[in-house]
Design a protein around this ligand. Structure first.
Ligand code: HEM
Length: 452
């Protein structure tokens, strides 16, 4: 199998594997919280409503911050190994700090102070456990990025070099997001109400992180394509490198928001929203066209890697659904989580495929040809599509986001469509459980020597 990750550098230190495990546990735990969300949000079930807000905070942060950033951490650890220096203190420090932060955030509902602030990008539980965990997570990201600053950037001559450059740019994008968080904090006007304070704190950096997630998704798409015996030719390689760089360049423009506007002043938030509307989709859409064409040419995937092929396909389908629903957003209704789920679940399925691809390199059994792994993205993806459609249509009837008591105007239709959302959500939960089972099978059937 051709892999864009050089296997020797993946396993030169235990850190890439540990990051993958951190991401895996975050994803699995977040799945449990999504059951609470679905039960509270589905009118036909209408249970556990009092837990909705807290479950939402943990669900979003474990997924959008920990799961995605842990997989980014895996890529950077690989890059650090590839640079020839293992940077053991940085790698260990980054991993354990991030893991401690993630654990605190997951445990934060145990603190009886359940003041939930449903800020965009990073909703928070306003208690010391959660905020301490979030601070540690950001600190872990800073330490993870430091070796990239010192190491020489990779050369893009070979295919693997181009891929490594894409990972390097991913680091640059997360650095831009972190700078946005810091600049916002430094220039924050005093005396803001607590909820607006958090909303403003995470606005610019949160937008930056969206570019990191699409970069991560594009890297996963490329790794999966290459494994399906479809490495690009020289010309395509150049174009793909340019698309990955374009995304990094677009993210860099975010910094201008701080030159033109005062934090919290007129036009500040709008700048970042407009920047996202104009730029966030460009690179991933170009890349998605390339991947779709390659998938078309592959037609019948090699049996041993059919799960990778299905992950790619479902990731593209969800990406398209998220994009279309994004165009329909008007107001603060559930069309917004419909768009989020299309887009972020597209990244998630691509990363699930990446996990299937990398498990054998980490010494576990190959599962990419198994029937269970093939059907897993189908169930997860189809469930999420229903979830997205249910939310999007209900949004059209004015059902409010993040509010389990809202049924909108056309109550009967909206309730029925929120039922569809719940059904899709439960199917996706089953797809999530299947992912855990597939990974468990891979780990449990590996030869003892391979477990490392
Ligand atoms: C089994 C799969 C999943 C289910 C059943 C599920 C379910 C839900 C539900 C019911 C909500 C509340 C929507 C509302 O009432 O406003 C929600 C919110 C959210 N979920 Fe998920 N989710 C799943 C997977 C994911 C994944 C994989 C991600 C990202 C990686 C994600 C990111 C989010 C975000 C960002 C929100 C907040 C949306 C907003 O701000 O309006 N979810 N989820």
């Amino acid at each position: 199998m051709h892999t864009l990750f050089d296997p020797a550098h993946l396993t030169a230190t235990p850190w890439p594997k540990r990051w993958l495990w951190l991401g895996f546990f975050a994803l699995a735990l977040a799945g449990v919280f999504s059951i609470v969300l679905v039960m509270a949000r589905t009118p036909q079930l209408s249970m556990l409503k009092e837990l909705f807000s807290v479950a939402l905070v943990v669900h979003v942060n474990l997924l959008v911050l920990v799961w995605f950033l842990a997989l980014a951490g895996m890529c950077w650890a690989y890059l650090a190994n590839r640079s020839g220096k293992a940077w053991p203190y940085f790698q260990g420090g980054a991993f354990w700090t991030t893991a401690a932060g993630a654990a605190l955030m997951a445990l934060s509902p145990l603190d009886p102070h359940w003041i939930v602030i449903k800020s965009n990008y990073i909703p928070v539980l306003d208690n010391p456990l959660f905020l301490g965990g979030l601070a540690l997570l950001f600190a872990g990201m800073v330490v993870a990025l430091l070796p990239l600053l010192v190491a020489q950037p990779p050369e893009a001559k070979s295919l693997r070099g181009m891929f490594a450059c894409g990972i390097y740019i991913l680091g640059g994008i997360v650095a831009v997001a972190l700078v946005c968080f810091v600049l916002t904090a430094m220039r924050m006007p005093p005396g803001l109400p607590r909820d607006y304070y958090f909303e403003l704190s995470f606005w610019a950096g949160g937008h930056g992180l969206q570019f990191a997630y699409t970069q991560l998704s594009m890297l996963a798409w490329l790794a999966l394509l290459a494994a399906l015996a479809f490495p690009p030719n020289e010309r395509a390689k150049r174009w793909l490198g340019m698309i990955l760089s374009l995304n990094g360049f677009a993210a860099l423009l975010l910094i201008f928001g701080f030159s033109f506007y005062d934090v919290g002043g007129p036009g500040f938030m709008e700048f970042f929203t407009k920047h996202m509307i104009y730029f966030a989709g460009v690179a991933p859409i170009l890349m998605a066209f390339y991947v779709a064409r390659m998938l078309w040419l592959i037609r019948v995937p090699p049996h041993a890697y059919r799960a990778l092929w299905m992950c790619l396909l479902m990731s593209l389908v969800l990406f398209a659904a998220g994009g279309v629903v994004g165009l329909l957003i008007q107001g603060q209704n559930v069309t917004i989580p419909a768009h989020y789920h299309g887009s972020t679940v597209s990244v998630t399925i691509a990363l699930m495929g990446l996990a299937y691809l990398l498990l054998p390199h980490f010494g576990y059994a190959s599962v990419a040809g198994s029937r269970l792994a093939f059907w897993q993205p189908v169930l997860y993806g189809a469930g999420q599509l229903l979830h997205v459609v249910g939310l999007a249509v209900s949004g059209g009837y004015g059902v409010l986001r993040k509010d389990p008591g809202s049924y909108g105007e056309g109550i009967t239709v909206a309730k029925a469509m929120m039922g569809v959302m719940g059904l899709g959500g439960l199917l996706a939960v089953i797809g999530g459980v299947m992912f855990v089972v597939v990974v468990y099978k891979s780990v449990s059937t590996a030869s003892p020597s391979g477990r490392g």
